[in-house]
Design a protein around this ligand. Structure first.
Ligand code: FEO
Length: 616
C-alpha cells in the first residue's frame, strides 16, 4: 500500500524508510533507520528527483504510481548515482517508456557502469546553469562535485524556491511519519545523527561543500529537500549554519573530547582523571571508549569539539587497534583546526603516542598542546605533576574572560534609560503588504546580521499595525531615509495608525519592489527587501531576522541618523497657545498638556511610554 506525503500542491514525497538496515554503506550503524527520499513534481510535465535503495524499491514504486495517478513520468532527474538513490532507475525506464533521464555527462558514465542498458537516446545531458522549464516550474541545475560523489548535482526550482539538495543537508534516521524538520524536536533528537551523517559521508570534502554553499547562497530558498532525512521549510539557517561550521572544520563547541583505548582499564583511568581535573577547572568534557563506541560517532564528536585528547595503550609495538582505526578515520576525513593532546601507555616500550602524533601532524592546523604524557602500565602518584601540567596546558589553551583587578571600582546597579540613547540609530520606513493593503511605519533599528545568507534584523514595536502585517506575511521593505527627508514623511508614517488610514494616500509615487511591497523612491538613499526567517518576542517589540531578497541604492546622500533628525528635522516643541504646562515626547515631539503626566501614559503617536517624555 502506498505511503506518500504532500509537500506542496505540486510536490509529493514518494520515498520510503528502512529500519532493518544494519550498516549504511556497510560501515555506519543506523540504529534509528534511514530514509531514502524521492520527490515527484507535477506540472505540465512530471518530474521525479532520484529514486531509492533496492531495499525499499517496491514501496517506492507503489508511491510513485499513486502520486502520478493516470499520468506518465516525463523526467527522472538523477542528481546522485550512488545505488541508495538509483536502484530503481531501470524499473522506471521499463515502466515509463517515454521518460527522459536528466543528468550530467559524468552521471551518464556512472549509469552505464552500474547498469547494462543502451540509454543514450533517453538521456538529456545538463551542465552548470542549464534550465529546464516543465510548465510554471523552472529547474536550474547546479553541479556539486564530491558532495558526495563526483557526479552529484543539485537542483533549484525557482518558482517555489525549492532546493533539491541531493546528499547535502541529509541525516541518518527514519522519518517516523514526520517529513518536515519543524515537525520534530530536531536539535534534541536528530542533530547528532545529522552531524554523524555529514561528517562521515561528506566530511572529507569540506572545500567542495563550501563551494556549493557559496553557489546556492545566491538563491532565495524557501525549502530544502535532501535525499535522506527531513525536508526543511522553516529556520533553514539552522541547518545551513551547521553546514558552514562543519564544512569549514570550525568547532561548534568549546570543550574537550577524550577518546581512549584501554585493554585493562589503566589507560581509561588516566583518561578519567584528566576529565575530572578538566571539569574541576570548569571545562566541558565528553568521553568515548573507542573499543565500544562506533568510530562514526567519535568522528562526529571530533568535528563538534574544539579540543581532542587521544589516550591509547601500545599494542603490537603500535597504536591499539581500535584507536589506530579511529585516527586513520579522522585523518581520512580531513579533520583539522583542532587543539590536540595525547596520552600513551606501554608496559615496556610505549610507542602509541608518537605514532598518533605523527599521523595527526599531517592534518591541517592541528596544535599539539603539550608533549605526549607517557605512562608505564598505570598512572602513579609520582606522575600527577605531569598530569596537572597537561590539565593546565589544556586549560590555558581556552580563551579566558578578563578578570577584574583589585583597583577597579564597582558601580552600584543602576539603569539610566538615557544611556541607551547613546547608541546610534538610523530612521527607516518599514513597509509591508497584506492582500491589497499597503502600510508603513517609522522604525529606528535595522542592522545587517550576516553575510551568508545576507540577512538583516529589525526591531518593531508591537503597537504598530505594520508589525502585525510583517508577522503575518513574513515579508517587508526597508526604505533607508536620507538627511533631506522632510518632517512630513515622519508625520505620514510615524504619527498615525495604518489600521485607521491609508498611509500611502496621496503619495504620488507607487513604486514597488519584486515582492510587490511599496517603497519610498524619494528621500530614500537605498531600499532593502527581506523575507522573515525568525521572529523573536522581545516584550514591547518583536525582533525579525530576515534574509535579504532584493537591495538597491538610489543616491549617495548620507542616511539620516536619530541625532540628525532631532537636530535638523524635528520641529522644536512648544506649548500650544493658552496651555500652561505640558510634557513633550522626546521621540516624536507630541505634546501632552497638563500639570502631571500619568506614569502609564503612552504617546498616542509613537507609542513610547511616559519615561520618554520631558517637561516643556
Ligand atoms: Fe545517500 Fe551519497 O548517497
Amino acid at each position: 500500500m502506498h505511503c506518500i506525503r504532500r509537500i506542496t500542491d505540486d510536490l509529493a514525497w514518494v520515498g520510503a524508510n528502512d529500519r532493518r538496515l544494519a550498516m549504511f554503506e556497510g560501515v555506519y550503524s543506523v540504529p534509528y533507520g534511514v530514509s531514502y527520499n524521492s520527490y515527484l513534481l507535477t506540472d505540465e510535465k512530471t518530474v521525479l528527483f532520484d529514486t531509492v535503495d533496492k531495499a525499499v524499491r517496491q514501496r517506492f514504486l507503489e508511491n510513485l504510481s499513486e502520486a502520478l495517478g493516470k499520468r506518465m513520468l516525463d523526467y527522472l532527474v538523477v542528481q546522485h548515482m550512488e545505488p541508495d538513490h538509483s536502484a530503481a532507475l531501470m524499473d522506471l525506464l521499463d515502466r515509463y517508456p517515454s521518460m527522459t533521464i536528466v543528468c550530467n555527462s559524468k552521471t551518464l558514465g556512472f549509469i552505464k557502469q552500474f547498469f547494462n542498458a543502451d540509454i543514450d537516446s533517453r538521456v538529456k545531458i545538463v551542465k552548470e546553469g542549464d534550465r529546464l522549464e516543465i510548465g510554471k516550474h523552472i529547474l536550474n541545475f547546479i553541479m556539486a562535485p564530491m558532495v558526495h560523489w563526483p557526479e552529484v548535482m543539485v537542483t533549484y526550482e525557482s518558482t517555489d524556491k525549492i532546493l533539491f539538495s541531493a546528499d547535502a543537508f541529509g541525516s541518518f534516521g527514519a522519518l517516523n511519519g514526520a517529513l518536515f524538520a519543524d515537525e520534530v524536536d530536531f536539535d534534541r533528537d536528530y542533530m547528532d545523527e545529522t552531524r554523524r551523517y555529514y561528517t562521515n559521508i561528506v566530511g572529507k570534502y569540506g572545500t567542495q561543500t563550501q563551494a556549493v554553499l557559496e553557489k546556492t547562497s545566491a538563491f532565495d530558498i524557501n525549502m530544502i529537500c535532501p535525499l535522506h532525512g527531513f525536508v526543511w521549510r522553516q529556520k533553514l539557517q539552522d541547518i545551513i549554519g551547521k553546514y558552514m561550521l562543519w564544512s569549514s572544520y570550525t568547532p561548534e563547541e568549546s570543550g574537550v573530547m577524550i577518546a581512549y583505548a584501554s585493554v585493562y582499564g589503566n589507560t581509561e583511568n588516566a583518561a578519567e582523571i584528566l576529565a575530572c581535573r578538566l571539569r574541576d577547572k570548569g571545562i566541558r568534557t565528553t568521553m568515548f571508549d573507542v573499543s565500544v563506541i562506533p568510530a562514526s560517532e567519535v568522528v562526529a564528536a571530533a568535528f563538534k569539539w574544539s579540543h581532542l585528547v587521544f589516550a591509547s595503550t601500545t599494542y603490537n609495538a603500535g597504536i591499539f587497534v581500535t584507536m589506530e582505526a579511529l585516527i586513520n578515520d579522522l585523518t581520512s576525513h580531513n579533520i583539522q583546526n583542532r587543539s590536540v593532546a595525547i596520552i600513551e601507555n606501554g608496559s615496556w616500550a610505549a610507542t602509541s603516542g608518537g605514532l598518533i602524533r605523527d599521523k595527526l601532524a599531517k592534518c591541517k592546523d592541528i596544535t599539539f598542546i603539550s608533549d605526549v604524557l607517557s605512562i608505564k602500565s598505570s598512572l602513579k602518584e609520582s606522575q600527577m605533576t605531569e598530569m596537572d601540567a597537561l590539565v593546565d596546558a589544556l586549560a590555558a589553551s581556552f580563551p579566558t574572560l578578563p578578570t577584574s583587578t583589585d583597583n577597579t571600582v564597582s558601580r552600584p546597579v543602576e539603569i539610566d534609560k538615557d544611556t541607551l540613547r547613546k547608541i546610534s540609530y538610523g530612521l527607516f520606513v518599514l513597509s509591508a503588504k497584506e492582500g491589497s493593503k499597503d502600510n508603513g511605519c517609522i522604525i529606528n533599528t535595522v542592522t545587517q546580521v550576516a553575510n551568508r545568507p545576507l540577512s538583516v534584523a529589525i526591531a518593531v514595536n508591537k503597537a504598530n499595525f505594520t508589525h502585525d502585517m510583517v508577522m503575518r506575511t513574513g515579508e517587508f521593505n526597508i526604505s533607508i531615509l536620507a538627511e533631506s527627508t522632510p518632517f512630513n514623511i515622519f508625520e505620514r508614517f510615524g504619527y498615525s495608525c495604518g489600521k485607521d488610514c491609508d498611509k500611502f494616500a496621496g503619495y504620488a509615487d507607487s513604486s514597488r519592489t519584486a515582492n510587490d511591497i511599496r517603497y519610498l523612491p524619494e528621500f530614500t538613499n537605498a531600499v532593502v527587501s527581506a523575507k522573515v526567517t525568525e521572529a523573536i518576542d522581545c516584550g514591547s517589540h518583536s525582533l525579525f531576522i530576515a534574509d535579504v531578497t532584493q537591495a538597491f541604492t538610489l543616491s549617495d546622500e548620507p542616511s539620516v541618523t536619530y541625532q540628525y533628525y532631532f537636530d535638523h528635522i524635528k520641529p522644536k516643541p512648544g506649548l500650544p497657545k493658552g496651555a500652561k504646562k505640558g510634557f513633550v515626547c522626546k521621540i516624536c515631539a507630541y505634546v501632552y498638556e497638563g500639570d502631571v503626566l500619568p506614569d502609564d501614559y503612552i504617546c498616542p503617536l509613537c507609542k513610547h511610554g511616559a519615561e520618554d517624555f520631558e517637561p516643556l
